[in-house]
Design a protein around this ligand. Sequence first.
Ligand SMILES: [Zn+2]
Length: 389
Amino acid sequence: MTSGAFLMSLWMAYSTAQSSAAEMELSPDIHIHELRAHVYRLASPEFLGRRGPGAGRTARCLADVFGRLKLKPAFGDSYYQDIPHLLNEGAGKSGIIGRNVGALLPGSDPKLKDEWIIVSAHYDHLGKQGNVLYPGADDNATGVAMLLEVAEYFALSKDKPRRTLAFISFDQEEAGLRGSMHFAAHPPLPFRQLKAFLTADMLGRSMANVMDEFVFVLGSERSTHLRQLIEKTPPPEGLTIGRLGVDLIGTRSDYGPFRDRSVPFLFFSTGQHPDYHTPSDLPQRVDYRKLQRISWYIRDVTKRLANDDAAPAWNDKPLPPDLDEIRTVAALVNRVLKRHDLYPLTEKKRQLVQSVQKRLNAILEKGKVAAEDRTWLMWNARLLLLTVF
Ligand SMILES: [Zn+2]
């Protein structure tokens, strides 16, 4: 234990010195070494697991980056949005439980600039428990690294977006989405002009250690325009888009308050892994090439959202179920069953996964997804998330 902590502080000191130059670098390109530098810094002991005083420190660091990029403060003349106490809890003297951090890049088109698009990622994590640091490298230093690099791309690129872009990093996601809930209730620009909400939570690992080339994209079933956008934006080589309905996972990140207000949204995540919410969610376990590819992809999607003539609309009814989603879940299930060296299962869990595999295969053989298949999938995906992953 002690030697592990000692080694950890050694490599962290080493990597901090190595990465500060990369972190400060200003270029519209999204380089691997920049992403890596952001993740290592945010996951370092300096930020105390990004909760309490560590969260305050992180917020100042993010506001500094937005300032260096000469982006406009999102909240009047401030990059910060205070999140007030509800119900007097913890009645500290500040009266706040945390702060969202945000910046704007005003749109360039006279007609479209009043419409806006949000790109976001929460920055808070679990802090320290006793002396043990929860670095939260994947959750969600990877998402913040993407956000900073995408913001930098748009801030420095010559082609200015036609719609206004808002780059928001939420606090208090881990405490029940309280940062994004407060933001959605108190948006800095008119809510009915908000055309799409993108958020990323965990972008650098591999679901159950077996989905290396996959990023999951959820939410497109609620907007025909977003579905088409996902289908016509080619992912970079080496990256596979695994499209899923958001009802398979419930409310697991900051899209919740926006989905509940009928804002078209996309949620990007590489999914859960054995280090999730443990002290071993470490920066050296992140796949930075994958993080780069996902960041490119989100940049490209954002570019289209900012510049296309038409903006997404909300579908009250989700789009009909399709085989793509079944194929994504089947890939996960098949690989987990095949690679017990990568993701061991108890006999009971193996039986559960096998029963799911059987029905997925039957649906694929049939070549179409019936309504009752989709209901079955929803309950079983949630069950698998709770018990196996
Ligand atoms: Zn998270």
